[in-house]
Ligand binder design. Sequence first.
Ligand code: URA
Length: 218
Amino acid sequence: MAPATAAPAAPIALSDAALSAREIAAACANLDELRAALGRFDACPLKRTATTTVIGDGNPHATIVLVGEAPGAEEDRRGLPFVGPAGQLLDRMLGSIGLDRTKVYITNVLPWRPPGNRTPTADEIATCQPFVERQIELIAPKILILVGGISAKALLNTGEGITRLRGRWFDYHRPGLATPTPTIAVFHPAYLLRQSAAKREAWRDLLDIEAHIHRILA
Ligand code: URA
């Protein structure tokens, strides 16, 4: 089936912080440089309220990359993505299709926790997004999984919500990727913890991802 196309988001004017993030991220030749660059980058105010910079976890050579929203309290404390209650559910979801953190790389759109886990602003997303995009370029996965609406909207550059985006395959294009990456959006595990009725669709998406893995990576 041909990949779907999402309705484009309304363009926003990029701040100086977002423009400088783009330049800095583009200049990183590997994940160590990106980690160091994020350590020096002070243009996102979230860094001042967060305890740690949470970058990625898992296998940096993985063929599957997952991108969530932002660290929560536990992630901020431990410096790793998806290690709180939502992360434990994500691990179980991955386990149900034979995946774990040795086989995937996990990161977030934002490397810093928004205070009280509030929704990140459009400006904060635009400032942090170049760093996650560069991580994707450097890893060049064969499958990209966008976990939750914030990540899906940001990386697919669309105004559509997760209920419409989930379960469809998109082509993710980046200048630094030789070919577009097959990309799917799924419900965020934090949402599934609150809305167990959505688990049926989440399970369907997992089976679809599993089938795709067998098709693409076989
Ligand atoms: N939610 C996310 O989107 N990312 C995390 O790392 C933790 C919770």
